[in-house]
Write a protein that binds this ligand. Structure first.
Ligand SMILES: Cc1cc2nc3c(=O)[nH]c(=O)nc-3n(C[C@H](O)[C@H](O)[C@H](O)COP(=O)(O)O)c2cc1C
Length: 202
């Protein structure tokens, strides 16, 4: 069978979600998938970005990461989306990309794919679940198959978010638990998608 194609599409201002995305790449590749890591375009004005040195630095550090396009969504059998929380919601930069996908949706090209999501917030109760659930609203509209991590691996009992890998940025950069959770989530997405793909081609 053809390997599973996984697009990992994320937004990150200061690198936390980017680090989780890289761990998801590792998990998906280890599970045998072909993986595209894609950032969405920065939509904030340069004066806003440059007012925070760590934001400007991260933008420069990830200049080589390709930007997500509709072709990535068409290519993918499964998509993992990553976003920091913004007042309990996905970042506007990711929403801006998602809001360009009407033509794909209209042609049914976003349906029947597997979707999953991960996030970061500054505080433990700062809206991780609400951010992931808000993204899931879109997956419902797309006719997607939502694959959350649940408590399907012992690491989930330590990271503790069945909705999707989540990290509290105030605790520092993602550590081993968050990175393992991201790898597990990606692996579960690949395994589930492989089963679906095999059944569809049987
Ligand atoms: C406009 C704005 C709104 C935010 N809203 C929240 C929030 O509601 N709850 C929270 O815990 N953190 C909030 N944050 C903090 C970010 O979610 C947090 O810094 C994030 O983990 C950074 O991820 P990144 O390093 O990938 O950019 C907000 C940050 C900004 C700039």
């Amino acid at each position: 069978m053809e390997p599973v194609n996984v697009a990992i599409i994320y937004y990150s201002s200061t690198g936390t979600v980017h680090t989780l995305a890289q761990a998801a790449v590792e998990g998906a590749e280890k599970a045998g998938a072909h993986v595209r890591l894609r950032k969405v375009a920065e939509t904030a004005p340069p004066e806003a970005v440059n007012a925070r040195p760590e934001w400007a630095q991260h933008l420069a550090d990830t200049a080589e990461v390709a930007e997500a396009g509709h072709d990535d969504l068409e290519w993918a059998d499964a998509v993992l989306f990553g976003t920091p929380t913004r007042f309990g919601n996905p970042a506007g930069q990711l929403r801006a990309f998602i809001d360009t996908t009407g033509p794909l949706w209209f042609q049914g090209k976003l349906a029947d794919k597997v979707y999953s999501a991960f996030t970061a917030s500054n505080t433990a109760h700062g809206g991780q679940e609400s951010t992931l659930l808000a993204l899931a609203n879109t997956f419902f509209h797309w006719g997607g198959i939502i694959v959350p991590p649940g408590y399907t691996d012992p690491i989930q009992l330590r990271s503790g978010n069945p909705y999707g890998t989540s990290h509290v940025t105030a605790d520092g950069p993602p550590g081993d638990v968050a990175l393992q959770a991201a790898r597990h989530q990606a692996r579960r997405v690949v395994d589930t998608t492989a089963s679906l793909k095999a059944a569809r081609t049987a």
